[in-house]
Design a protein around this ligand. Structure first.
Ligand SMILES: *[C@@H]1O[C@H](CO)[C@@H](O)[C@H](O)[C@H]1NC(C)=O
Ligand SMILES: *[C@@H]1O[C@H](CO)[C@@H](O)[C@H](O)[C@H]1NC(C)=O
Length: 536
């Protein structure tokens, strides 16, 4: 009713996006004789004194367990089953355009504002012990506002795009987190439950929702409205579980990507401690580093591959988190690319960059770094899978000098392909040209990092295919360009998985991470009445 939602086309950076108009939901008065009062009384009559049977919803099945007290209780096994179901659902959901996901929340808001208002209010009044007005400002007004405004804000966020430069375009994709989000809700606001679960889902995440055991009836009503409004199965799963069982299970899953929590301080501390204890388990967590890839398709421009790779792998001796250190080349192109790399390799000067400006890079930073890199060179020389095809030596007599080194590997899973080296060492895996799809999967799954990566291809179909498979493999993703060299406001920088919390310095959202906003309301009319009109 309050939304004028016009067609929004998102195609790279062409936004023909009319502003989404959203207003606060009006708060109804429920005065004697009003239509809303009649509706509510009817709904209250049908909820009062009735024991509602509420299932757990796992893997899109209604599950009834034997362990019933005053609520159903979800076991560890069921929660793990829900994690599996959510991980299977997340890829498609995350790829859906934000407009489609936002439509579900707009629709749910309209339904709660209209035909289901009385039901949600009655369940909040009876289940959580609220008066008419307290239920109305929560389960109707605030929840509706959360859904509408979050959807509006999410759509508008897409318009925040980086600058383009001559010869290149930059696009920011707002991906969901790679993993599941756990939503742990309190009893006191039906709206908080809906928001805790609904907003991560809106942004492309899959959610395990543990409602408060004392707000179950209203929470389940909200869940059902979302499903009826088009939320697909397994995006939000409904898990009325015992708190500690739920907390223990989610925090020990490698797929945990975030917890949206409102509740008591002891529970919060308990969850945070468990998260800390399980840090080694998680696929996505704050750290730093990269194992950046160059993927070459047979349609690639050879010269771009060669020059881009030389720069990315060897500039500053590879001591950049964005340096290319693993490359995947089709067998049909390898002779040409190898020749190109070796030709340049011969003319690279390693030495003193102050005395000689034709130096390409200098000594590595210190003795520790030198010996770490030396261990990798020794590994390359002694391993039957690996063959050094250029460089391979180092010498610390006059400084910590390491030759630019190119290695060929027969095993794409060798440690040298997944651990960070932080030195001038590039390893190449040559793959059968036809198996590029398998290689894309391989790139995505080989290393724990997800910082930068590049795809070299002229074939537009392959570029699109790679973008989907490698969607979570890099926070900074390059097409026909090297994996290094981000520019402020053009390619805000950062990655997820073991590469960090993807804060994107250089972009508009980075500054937000360092503020704790305060909201100030000043009222300019005196306050006189404490009773509400419907009470009379
Ligand atoms: C989760 O949502 C609630 C609001 O419902 C908010 O107060 C809280 O800070 C959120 N937590 C995170 C981690 O975003
Ligand atoms: C709701 O209740 C929880 C305790 O379960 C409390 O931590 C939280 O601050 C309350 N939230 C609001 C918005 O009142």
């Amino acid at each position: 009713k309050f939304i004028r939602f016009l067609c929004c086309v998102f195609r790279f950076k062409t936004f023909s996006c009319a502003a989404v108009e959203v207003k606060n939901e009006p708060i109804l008065s429920f005065n004697e004789g009003s239509a809303e009062r009649k509706e509510l009384l009817k709904a209250l009559d049908s909820v009062k004194g009735v024991t509602e049977e509420i299932p757990c919803v796992v893997g899109d099945e209604h599950v009834w367990t034997k362990d019933i007290r005053y609520q159903l209780s979800v076991s560890r096994e069921l929660i793990n089953k829900a994690i599996v179901a959510s991980m299977a659902a997340r890829r498609d959901w995350d790829l859906k355009p934000i407009q489609d996901r936002a439509q579900i929340l707009f629709k749910a808001a309209d339904v709660i504002s209209g035909p289901r208002r009385a039901e949600v209010l009655a369940k909040t009044m009876i289940g959580q012990g609220k008066t008419v007005v307290q239920a109305e400002i929560d389960a109707a007004a605030e929840l509706i506002d959360f859904f509408r405004f979050n959807a509006k804000h999410a759509i508008e966020l897409q318009k925040q795009q980086p600058l383009d430069a001559e010869g290149s375009t930059n696009t920011m994709l707002y991906r969901g987190l790679e993993g599941f989000v756990a939503a742990v809700a309190p009893f006191n606001f039906t709206a908080i439950g809906g928001n805790l679960a609904g907003t991560p889902a809106l942004m492309g995440n899959v959610v395990l929702w543990k409602p408060s055991d004392t707000a179950m009836s209203a929470s389940y009503a909200v869940y059902r409205v979302l499903r009826e409004c088009g939320l697909p199965p397994n995006i939000i799963q409904f898990l009325p579980a015992d708190g500690p069982v739920f907390g223990d299970t989610i925090t020990s899953s490698e797929h945990l990507a975030g917890i949206n929590f409102t509740g008591s301080v002891p529970t919060f501390k308990r969850l945070w401690k468990q998260v800390a204890e399980n840090l080694d388990t998680y696929k996505t967590f704050p750290e730093c580093g990269g194992k950046n890839f160059h993927f070459v398709h047979r349609s690639a421009d050879v010269q771009s591959v060669v020059t881009g790779t030389i720069r990315s792998a060897f500039e500053y001796g590879g001591q950049k988190c964005s340096a290319c250190s693993r490359m995947y080349v089709p067998d049909s192109m390898w002779p040409q690319i190898k020749q190109g790399l070796l030709d340049i390799h011969r003319s690279i000067r390693v030495g003193d960059p102050v005395e000689d400006f034709s130096t390409f890079f200098s000594a590595v930073i210190d003795d520790k770094s030198f010996s770490r890199i030396k261990r990798w060179l020794d590994h390359a020389k002694s391993s039957p899978n690996l063959k050094v095809i250029a460089g391979g030596n180092c010498d610390d007599k006059k400084g910590y000098y390491v030759e630019p080194t190119i290695i060929e590997t027969k095993d794409p899973q060798d440690a040298i392909m997944n651990e960070e080296i932080f030195g001038p060492v590039l390893t190449v895996y040559v793959y059968p040209e036809k198996e590029y799809r398998e290689v894309l999967q391989l790139i995505d799954s080989t290393s724990p990092y997800a910082l930068t990566g590049a795809v070299f291809a002229q074939d537009q179909k392959v570029i699109e295919e790679a973008a989907v498979v490698l969607r979570n493999a890099a926070g900074n993703y390059y097409v026909n360009d090297k994996s290094t060299g981000s520019i402020v406001a053009q390619q805000p920088f950062g990655g997820a998985r073991a590469s960090g919390t993807n804060d994107k310095p250089g972009g508009p959202h980075y500054v937000l991470r360092w503020t704790s906003p305060q909201v100030v309301k000043q009222t300019h009319v005196p306050l006189r009445e404490w009773r509400y009109p419907y009470m009379g």
